[in-house]
Structure formats: C-alpha cells, structure tokens
Design a protein around this ligand. Structure first.
Ligand SMILES: Cc1ncc(COP(=O)(O)O)c(C=O)c1O
Length: 449
C-alpha cells in the first residue's frame, strides 16, 4: 500500500480532485455494464484497505466510517483474518458442507451456539448472505409451526430475495414491481423520536406493540396462523433506531402467549457492532431464532441462522446451500470471533461511548440535527428542516454525505433522513475524533447555507 509511515498514516489524505482519473474511468465502465439497481451515493472506487483506512485507485486515503456496509468488523485486511484465509485456502476451498463434513464448520457452529442469547441446545444452518439467513428462518418457522403468516415492522430491512423482501418494510422502491409477496403484516416499530404517543419509554411499547394483540389478532390476523414475528433488535437500514427495552419484552410476551416464534434479525446489529456480541443482549430478551451475516467473517460472505434445537427440526433435504459455510469464510469467522472476544467488543463499547458523548449535544448546537441515538458503534443521527417541526430533510442528509466524502470521510445514509455511523470495530479514538470534527465542519457548512 502506498500509505506513508508518517504519524497520520491512519488518517485521510486526498491527493487528486474527486473522483480521480482512474476512478472516473472505472465508473464510466461500471455505468455501462453493471446492474442499474445498485445505489451508489458518491464516486469512491476501492483500491485497498487497512483497518479503518481505505485508499482509492488514485491513491486518495479515506476514513471508512461504514465498514463497507457494516461488514468488516475487524477492519480491512486484518493480518490475522488474512492469515486465516490464506491458511485455509491452501488446504481446500470447498467441499460442500451439505453433502460432506469438515471440522472447522462444526467448530464455528459450536462456538455460535455458545454465543447466541438463550438457554438450551441450539442448532446452526449456514448460508452466504443476510437474505439467505432470513430465508432459512422463514422456512424453518413455517416448517416447525405449520403456520404461514408473519408479522414484521415498518422500516425493517431483511433482504431482497422474495421471502425476505416480503418482510422488508423499508423503502417502496425495494418492493415496487416484485409482488405478490408472502403474507406479512407490518406494524409500527418503536421510533421514539417520532412516536405519536409521546416518547415515554415506560408506556410507548404499550401503544406500539399492543396493536398486534388488540387490533391485528382481533380483526384481520388470527394469532394461531402466525408463524413468527421478525424484528431487528436495533433497526438498521430503517434509521439506526434503538427501541426501549420494553418493546422487545412485550414482543417476547406476545410470542410466548400465542405460540409464535420470535426471530431476531441481527444481520446488521450482531457480531459485536453494539459492543455486545448480539444487540438483543442490551434488552435482555432472547429470541427463538437469530439471523447473522454482515460482521461475522469480516468481509467474506457467510451467514448463519441459529435456532433452538427443538425448532430446527426439519428433515434431510428440507433446506441446504452449495456454498453455505464455505471453509475459507468459516476460518475468517473463527478469527473474527477471537478478535471480538480479545478486544474489539470492548473497543466498540469504549469508542462508541466516546462518539456518542461528543455528538449527543448536536441537536442543541446544530439546528438541522434532530436526533442522535445508538449503542456501541451503531450510531445514527437525523437531519431535519427545523427542530420544532422535525420535518425530515433528506436533501440535507445527502448534502452532508457528499461534503464528508470531499473531506476524506466515507459515511452512508439510512432511513429517509438519517446518517449511520458504523465504522470497523478496530477504529481508534483519533480516527473517531477526525470523523466527528469533519462532520462538525460539514454541519457548519450546511448551517451557513
Ligand atoms: C438487518 C438486515 N437483515 C438482512 C439484510 C440483508 O443482507 P444481505 O444484503 O447480505 O442479503 C440486511 C442488509 O443490509 C440487514 O441490514
């Protein structure tokens, strides 16, 4: 990598106008050949990465405050992840885990079974992506329960294959033209900042969640036909929303009362992102099935659906995937988990608290920042037209993303008008401070216009 060994090696450094000439030419080719369904916000073309720093093809260095897209938990090209991948690649790359056996897949499953919240024996199914983990959970819930209906949440994102898409309630464009969907009823997620019932953490769950029992079950959806409630412990794509614990407690209560399975989608919030292995640990509520992907293998494609052993009772042939549990990805996951347990979980807690501590006052300091929320390194904030009306300001959010890019900071939006901060869990305090200082400069620019 062409990064110098000077002290600021770990901070951004821009050497060409953006995009640079090589980036420009790759983007031109990309535009002609790639699926137009992708949603690129700004012209960053990856060359190489190290930790939280990424260098584009023209030698410009950026701070990656997205971890790809909440994926590279251990940062880019962590030497121990790379060594694990290389070691395994030299042994064997594939030996279909659905038809044969290999030891590291068993070892990872045993490890995950000890990590997921909940008592009693667990079983593990491996796939390749978040959406596959969700498909497995959907099929498992139907198979085990003999029921066919689902409850999910507005703003929820669970993936884009047909089953997962039916649960997704994030953006209309993601569903437009793809119906019909599976039978899913969407209900309101606990979005405290925009809560119609007055943001009271002790009571809002009553209004948010009770609609399921009091309205849905009594009018259009017989409870005994519902296979599962599918919920993100912290809503990701929908805006990095942290619900009050009672929201999750109440979902657990309803699930238990009506014999419905509770599926926690931890694809984005799991594997250390919040400073705990799983976000649900912050709420003290254990699911029946948990889906895992993004952070698990620090960048290699791997997903897991982990369920109570009595729930994963399907028969041979019922579900499988050629590539699921690929041995190279499994080694990357085992190395990632080691790093998480050594120090990345505590780093996520510490640096996350530092970031939140610095930005919590933004709504008082910047008139366009409406709300700041998060746990660990899963932090979001909202751009609004003004504090009183809380009217969403997606155009200001997009402007902020571009201003940050021009200053060497990569961030992404989420929800209609929010920014997500989800850096690799190896982020240092200096890097976090660079990001916050840069965002404050950008907010000053926006406030001045
Ligand atoms: C909570 C959640 N579930 C599922 C998915 C889908 O994952 P993938 O894109 O790997 O299919 C995502 C992706 O953003 C997600 O955030």
């Amino acid at each position: 990598m062409s990064m110098q060994t000077s002290v600021d090696r770990l901070l951004p450094n821009l050497v060409t106008p953006l995009p640079g000439p090589k980036a420009r030419s790759i983007i031109e080719r990309d535009t002609k050949i790639m699926s137009p369904s992708y949603t690129r916000g700004y012209p960053f073309v990856m060359g190489r990465g190290e930790g939280a720093i990424v260098e584009d093809v023209d030698g410009n260095r950026f701070l990656d405050f997205n971890a790809g897209i909440a994926v590279v938990a251990a940062g880019h090209a962590h030497p121990r992840i790379v060594a694990a991948i290389q070691r395994q690649a030299a042994q064997f790359l594939h030996m279909s885990g659905t038809d044969f056996y290999y030891e590291n897949m068993v070892r990872l499953a045993e490890k995950l079974a000890t990590l997921v919240p909940g008592d009693g024996p667990q079983r593990v199914y491996f796939g390749n992506s978040g959406t596959e983990a969700i498909e497995a959970a959907i099929k498992m819930a139907r198979y085990h329960s003999g029921r066919d209906q689902f409850i999910a949440f507005f703003g929820g994102f669970h993936g884009r294959t047909m089953g997962a898409l039916s649960l997704t309630g994030s953006k209309a464009v993601q569903r437009k033209g793809f119906g019909p969907m599976l039978p899913v009823q969407h209900v309101t997620y606990a979005y405290c900042y925009r809560c119609a019932y007055g943001q009271h953490p002790d009571t809002c769950h009553v209004e948010c969640v009770k609609v399921i029992e009091d309205r849905l079950f009594k009018t259009i959806l017989p409870a005994e036909e519902v296979a599962a409630i599918v919920v993100e412990p912290i809503q990701g794509e929908g805006g990095y929303l942290v619900p009050p614990p009672k929201f999750h407690e109440e979902l657990r209560r309803i699930a238990d009362k009506y014999g419905i399975l509770l599926i926690h989608d931890e694809v984005q919030s799991g594997m250390g992102r919040t400073g705990r292995m799983f976000a649900s640990e912050h709420f003290g509520v254990a699911p029946d099935i948990v889906t895992i992907a993004k952070g698990i293998a620090s960048g290699l494609p791997l997903a897991a659906t982990v369920a109570r052993a009595d729930i994963m009772d399907w028969k041979p042939g019922a579900h499988a995937s050629t590539f699921g549990g690929n041995p190279v990805a499994v080694e990357a996951a085992l190395a990632t988990i080691e790093l998480l347990e050594e120090d990345l979980l505590s780093n996520a807690t510490e640096i996350g608290a530092h970031i939140l501590g610095r930005i919590q006052s933004w709504p008082q300091r910047f008139r366009y920042v409406g709300d700041v929320r998060g746990i660990g390194l899963m932090i979001g904030f909202e751009l609004v037209k003004d504090q009183e009306s809380k009217e969403r300001a997606p155009e200001l959010r997009n402007q902020l993303v571009h201003l940050a890019f021009e200053r060497g900071l990569l961030i992404l939006g989420c929800g209609q008008n929010s920014i997500r901060l989800c850096p690799p869990l190896v982020i240092t305090k200096d890097q976090a401070d660079f990001a916050i200082d840069t965002l404050e400069q950008c907010l000053d620019v926006i406030s001045a216009t």
